[in-house]
Write a protein that binds this ligand. Structure first.
Ligand SMILES: Cc1cc2nc3c(=O)[nH]c(=O)nc-3n(C[C@H](O)[C@H](O)[C@H](O)COP(=O)(O)OP(=O)(O)OC[C@H]3O[C@@H](n4cnc5c(N)ncnc54)[C@H](O)[C@@H]3O)c2cc1C
Length: 280
């Protein structure tokens, strides 16, 4: 199915990109187009595209001792190639589950974050790592929590008339982390889901834990995370069971098929059991 494209702009500067968006507020910003092209949802639409790949600032990577800024057009392989930054482990693990090496060469981080009808596979890692994002529009730039890109019913909500400039990831190590992919198909969606869990342990207690599941929707049970924070390890079996139950409920509420909801709740429980083994 061929995509119908009305107009394409490939600006070299941020100012030109913003000017194009002002004239065409419905234009879709794009990076590598590896998501747009195979997605049947776009095939039937008349689209104007704003290709961001030529803008130097959006390729930049800048690091301080507290965070790293990744330009929205940095490729997934560009992130994977960054050496010696243990804090990026959960993100890198998530990126390695996406496509093939050649897809990851073309695919951008911004394109993964800004999926319109489902969350890209890197989104839950960035949510768990508490990333922030800088959006640019005709009105200027603004920093938002990555969760501000999650709208009603926990569906993606990328503001029209703007594009993602860069992603800021706190340089904070997550000693315990896991990425679990489930479901058929290439593109994330209703049944193709990614679970990310990151946690730290201090003095034999869980000092922090974030559990994020995405597919078409984002599922995060903050009450459960708060309940686990501060809990002494090893966790009693009853506590792991309660967590399994609570996460299962959240996943079912989000509309996940029962089999998948059970499978992700099983993964949450397995992570907690492992974590208990990690305390000494
Ligand atoms: C074989 C194959 C396997 C794949 N496997 C996976 C997978 O496992 N997990 C997964 O998540 N994806 C997968 N994808 C989809 C895709 O490769 C990735 O999601 C990729 O990261 C998208 O990046 P891109 O630059 O190509 O995005 P694009 O296709 O250019 O854009 C994707 C979406 O993001 C928007 N967008 C892009 N850049 C910006 C920006 N800077 N600001 C605002 N909006 C923007 C676009 O409007 C569009 O809606 C796969 C694709 C293929 C072909």
């Amino acid at each position: 199915m061929a995509m119908r494209v009305n107009e394409v702009a490939s600006p070299k500067t941020l100012a030109e990109a913003v000017a194009f968006l002002r004239r065409h507020p419905q234009a879709l910003p794009c990076g590598g187009c590896t998501r747009l092209l195979p997605d049947p949802a776009f095939a039937q639409k008349n689209l104007s595209l704003l290709s961001l790949g030529w803008i130097k600032e959006l390729q930049a990577i800048n690091r301080t001792d507290r965070y790293i800024d990744l330009g929205s057009c940095v490729s997934l392989n560009g992130v994977l190639a960054l050496p010696n930054i243990p804090a990026l482990d959960p993100l890198k693990k998530a990126l390695l589950t996406i496509g093939s090496a050649s897809i990851r060469n073309r695919a951008t981080l911004g394109g993964n974050i800004c999926g319109r009808d489902s969350f890209g596979s890197a989104f839950p890692a960035l949510s768990a790592m508490e990333a922030t994002v800088e959006l640019r529009s005709a009105a200027g730039t603004q920093w938002l929590s990555i969760h501000d890109l999650v709208g009603q019913d926990n569906l993606p909500a990328i503001p029209a008339g703007s594009f993602l400039d860069r992603v800021r990831v706190p340089l904070r190590d997550w000693e315990h982390n896991c990425i679990v992919r489930k479901g058929p198909g290439l593109l994330p969606g209703d049944t193709n889901i990614t679970l990310t869990i990151v946690a730290n342990i201090e003095k034999d207690a869980i000092s922090e834990i974030h559990i994020v599941l995405t597919g078409r929707q984002l599922v995060r049970n903050r009450a459960l995370e708060m309940r686990l924070t501060g809990k002494k390890l090893p966790l009693p079996a009853k506590e792991s069971e309660n967590c399994h139950h609570d996460f299962l409920e959240s996943a079912v509420e989000a509309g996940l098929p029962a089999g998948q909801a059970i499978a992700v709740a099983d993964s949450v429980r397995a992570f907690l059991v492992d974590l208990s083994g990690g305390a000494s």
